[in-house]
Design a protein around this ligand. Structure first.
Ligand SMILES: Nc1nc2c(ncn2[C@@H]2O[C@H](COP(=O)(O)OP(=O)(O)OP(=O)(O)O)[C@@H](O)[C@H]2O)c(=O)[nH]1
Ligand SMILES: [Mg+2]
Length: 318
């Protein structure tokens, strides 16, 4: 990507920040209601307060390991008398969060390969098709030629949903309709992309849970068939996770990784969830790059993941 390309202007940046902050309200409340005085900044830091903080972090789905790491680091700083009051504690908490999150903050970029093929996977309702639509819009705006592959052949509405996103955003869609073989739809899409000199292929897949073994088999087959085309596709396997499932997201990562090898993550539905802290758990446990966060259903609600902004919004520091 060219430098500065795709960057938001200051006004957009402000509304992106407002949306992020708004979307984290429930999680923020959960942390704050556990540690009310932390937010007010009027309490001495003692063992009781740290216990409350620990409980609040667990309640926001930060997870056992990441919570332990954060609490240990803060205890260490308390024992060195670095934290005089609860205001300092809040800053320290933000710092620890950023420390865990910074290594996974790696925004999406179109790689060198042409076409650059992204295989989007995840359980049903996680937000795969929506993410593809929003990403297509963004990439087209950046001047990329984008083709969408309607690999979710399980539901008729899925093809329609993807076609709508394509039509609205100037991306071509390759589909065969309900019941078609998903791997062959995606194979055709990549061939078409090659013939048309397309830059990026975004491949949608089904996420049905009814027959999970079947789904994982289908994904394996898609990957295998893509491999036959040469060119190294898929160049990125992007797993979409719904933040609302909390700690269960970690087992989804393991399951999809086992089937197709997960390369990157998007975490959606931070809005409306009190479990947005799960990003911290996922970052600490997997180290996988987080390409996007979803903060609402609107077309501009797919954001790059910025740890400082996230921690500040979560702790109401700005
Ligand atoms: N509030 C909110 N809703 C979202 C977000 N991302 C997606 N959604 C909504 O979640 C619902 C499901 O999204 P889809 O994109 O259809 O999910 P999917 O993973 O493609 O689901 P299947 O096709 O059933 O596998 C839609 O109503 C989306 O508008 C988000 O970040 N926030
Ligand atoms: Mg879908």
């Amino acid at each position: 990507m060219l430098k500065g390309e795709g960057k938001l202007d200051p006004l957009d940046q402000e509304s992106a920040w407002a949306r992020l902050k708004g979307s984290l309200a429930k999680t923020r409340q959960r942390i704050a209601s556990g540690v009310g005085d932390l937010v007010l900044g009027e309490r001495v830091i003692d063992a009781g307060l740290l216990d409350e903080l620990e409980t609040a972090l667990l309640g926001a789905d930060v997870g056992v390991d990441a919570t332990r790491r954060i609490i240990d680091a803060i205890k260490e700083r308390v024992s060195r008398r670095e934290l005089g009051n609860a205001g300092h504690l809040r800053q320290a908490l933000a710092r620890e969060l950023v420390e865990i999150l910074a290594p996974v903050s790696k925004p999406f970029e179109v790689g060198e390969e042409r076409p650059y093929v992204v295989l989007v996977v995840g359980v049903n309702g996680a937000g795969k098709t929506t993410l593809i639509g929003k990403l297509a819009k963004r990439l087209v705006a950046q001047g990329h030629d984008v083709l969408l592959a309607a690999g979710d052949t399980f539901r008729a509405a899925a093809v329609e949903q993807l076609s709508d996103w394509g039509r609205r955003n100037g991306a071509a869609v390759i589909s065969q309709g309900k019941g078609a073989d998903s791997a062959s739809v995606i194979y055709d899409a990549i061939e078409a992309a090659k013939a048309r000199n397309v830059d990026v292929v975004l491949a949608d897949t089904a996420g049905r849970l009814q027959a999970k073994v079947g789904l994982m088999e289908e994904l394996r087959k898609i990957k295998r068939v893509m491999g036959r085309l040469g060119g190294g596709a898929p160049h990125e396997v992007l797993l979409v996770l719904d933040a609302g499932v909390g700690q269960n997201a970690l087992s989804q990562v393991a399951e999809f990784d086992n089937a197709v090898g997960v390369g990157s993550l998007a975490i959606t539905k931070l809005d409306g969830s009190a479990k947005a802290g799960v990003i911290v758990a996922i970052a600490a446990a997997t180290g996988l790059p987080v390409r996007f966060i979803g903060v609402g259903e609107g077309v501009d609600d797919l954001q790059d993941f910025e740890p400082e902004a996230f921690a500040n919004a979560l702790l109401a520091l700005a």
